[in-house]
Design a protein around this ligand. Sequence first.
Ligand code: MN
Length: 196
Amino acid sequence: MKKFELLSLPYAANVLEPVISEKTIGFHHGKHLQGYVNNLNTAMEGTPFADMELTEIVKKATGGMLNNAGQILNHNLYFLQFNAPKNDNKPVGQLAETIQSQFGSFEEFQKAFVQAGATLFGSGWVWLSADNEGKLVISQETNAANPVQKGLTPLLTFDVWEHAYYLDYQNRRPDHLNALWQIVDWNVIEGRYQNR
Ligand code: MN
């Protein structure tokens, strides 16, 4: 019987400080994400979903199965896109060019992305995705939704559930979102764009 496992972080839990504290990583990765993994493993046991890849479950499941699978897919993409804080951290390669041509500049893209995250009511995720032609799309997805449900390839995501930032930023969600630009690993995002 297949079981999903908790993602291993490719960096130490304190590497993202001060943008995301070690304490937040401990709860967010070690408790919240672990909880979704445990819930999905229990829920899919003895069902046709037990033989599916995670993305397939997210496209086909409903209810609690969808919520837990979606949260695992979302968090795996989220945690794998970060690295130690860098000044003047910017997109690279073809993605940098597409951002420039579609949004006018990286700064305009950042504003639109943070605005989408800041105005998402309640819990959810803000996403940058690509369609089949490589066109970029910013979307707000509530709860555990993922752009794969709309046929898009997810590239970058900021988690706006309070558990993602409350220990470090309390109610200051926009401050948290603006700080996250320092830790985005744009090589990872460009890789996702190339492999879409
Ligand atoms: Mn989260």
